[in-house]
Design a protein around this ligand. Structure first.
Ligand SMILES: Cc1cc2nc3c(=O)[nH]c(=O)nc-3n(C[C@H](O)[C@H](O)[C@H](O)COP(=O)(O)OP(=O)(O)OC[C@H]3O[C@@H](n4cnc5c(N)ncnc54)[C@H](O)[C@@H]3O)c2cc1C
Length: 387
């Protein structure tokens, strides 16, 4: 491992590292090869309480801050694992915590904290509207004590490994609202019940071993009490959760970045070509040094976002910029790592190509780099809104 001075989170780091060490490269490689879900790994993280880090102690979690939670995600990725399999369990519940009724919090949060219920899915993206979320076509129409859902979602993660999903749907037609961000609502959907009547799940195979699905809703009925917060305010509630999500994913990218740097520095120190370690060549050293600088810089912005979030201060700018910097830095580290492994970078047994695929996702999801540029241009630079 590249040398780093201990920080104030060292105890958490050591404990997460010790757990992750029980799941070596071979485990993650095999899971990737089988396109399987890392059940044992996620169970171990759940049993140890790490995924309940952000749930307040009164609901059975450990009530830690975003900084500590981000260190947990970072260490999972640095160990060679992929937090993408379970990060939803850590942050999706934030919507319930902030906007759910007292009864909803008491019902769901303790079971999410214990892992009995997994709330790992969030259904927002739709095939025909993409990033333009306010145009979503999935509707929820109130009929008595039920809402009836019709429409379609795409790319929805971990449906097979969640009991519950948070679903965004239109409750008032776009033409009838004064602001396009109004008239959408969020609901808790019991996934196993939904599959019995009105929801069809079609898995999408993709480049990474990340469980994603198309969902089709045909008159799916859910109890009206599953509405979270006020009807029509769902888009705002989803946005509220994005800062935590972006900052945690930034930390995952930072974990990936250090993983690539650990691997590549070791490899180039040992691999001898032309009678000397390849790492003695400046042409090899410089891209690695460049990636290291970028990862370190992203790390600073991650902690800035955490500091503001944990102090209940606005942190949209820092969360977006941390996600941007970290996703870019991990991708540069990935490129240096695969390049200087030469042909061996393509061999499954070195794990570089797997992590290379995994970290690439974060340029696109959960928000694309271009949309972060748009956010910065509009909200920080005062330029006209472009869409
Ligand atoms: C593995 C995986 C897991 C996912 N999990 C979930 C999930 O659990 N729940 C969920 O709701 N969604 C999920 N998604 C969806 C993900 O959030 C979207 O793919 C992402 O937000 C981009 O939307 P899109 O694919 O529709 O791209 P589009 O909106 O079609 O955009 C395509 C590209 O065009 C560019 N672009 C679009 N609009 C603009 C603009 N105005 N200005 C400049 N450039 C622009 C961007 O570069 C963007 O990457 C997942 C996706 C993947 C791949």
């Amino acid at each position: 491992m590249i040398k780093q001075a201990p920080d104030q989170y060292q105890e958490i780091r050591d404990a997460v590292r010790a757990l992750c060490a029980q799941f070596p490269d071979e485990y993650h490689r095999q899971i990737d090869h089988e396109r399987a879900y890392p059940e044992a790994f996620v169970d171990a993280l759940t049993q140890a309480g790490w995924l309940a880090a952000l749930i307040p102690a009164e609901y059975g979690g450990s009530g830690l801050g975003l900084a500590e939670a981000s260190v947990i995600m970072e260490e999972i990725n640095r160990s060679g694992g992929n937090s993408g399999a379970c990060h939803g369990q850590m942050y999706n519940m934030g919507t319930l915590l902030r906007h759910g009724s007292q009864a909803q919090k008491e019902l769901y949060l303790p079971k999410i904290a214990s892992g009995e219920w997994r709330l790992q899915s969030m259904g927002v993206t739709e095939p025909t509207t993409g990033t333009d979320t306010t145009k979503i076509k999935t509707t929820a129409v109130k009929k008595g004590d039920r809402y009836v859902i019709n429409g379609q979602k795409v790319w929805i993660s971990r449906v097979q490994h969640s009991e519950w999903m948070i679903l965004l749907a239109r409750t008032t037609p776009l033409a009838e609202v004064s602001k396009k961000s109004e008239g959408m609502s969020i609901f808790m959907v019991d996934l196993r019940e939904a599959e019995k009547s009105g929801m069809v799940v079609r898995p999408i195979q993709n480049m990474v071993n990340h469980e994603t699905n198309e969902l089709f809703f045909d008159n799916l009925e859910i109890p009206a009490e599953n509405l979270i917060g006020q009807e029509g305010q769902g888009f705002k509630y989803i946005l509220d959760g994005l800062n935590a999500e972006r900052t945690l994913i930034a930390a995952e990218c930072i974990g990936d970045g250090y993983w690539f740097l650990d691997r590549v520095t070791k490899y180039v120190s040992e691999r001898v070509v032309f009678g000397r370690p390849i790492g003695q060549n400046q042409g090899v050293q410089f891209p690695i040094a460049d990636a290291y600088i970028e990862v370190e810089a992203a790390n600073l912005m991650r902690y800035k976002a955490c500091e503001l979030f944990d102090a209940n201060q606005p942190c949209g700018a820092q969360a977006n910029m941390a996600k941007y910097l970290a996703a870019k830095a991990s991708w540069e580290a990935a490129n240096a790592c695969i390049q200087f492994h030469g042909g061996f970078g393509f061999a499954h047994e070195y794990d570089v190509e797997r992590k290379f695929r995994e970290t690439r996702l974060y340029q696109v999801a959960p928000i694309s780099t271009n949309l972060i540029y748009s956010y910065v241009a509009e909200h920080l630079l005062g330029l006209p809104r472009s869409f």
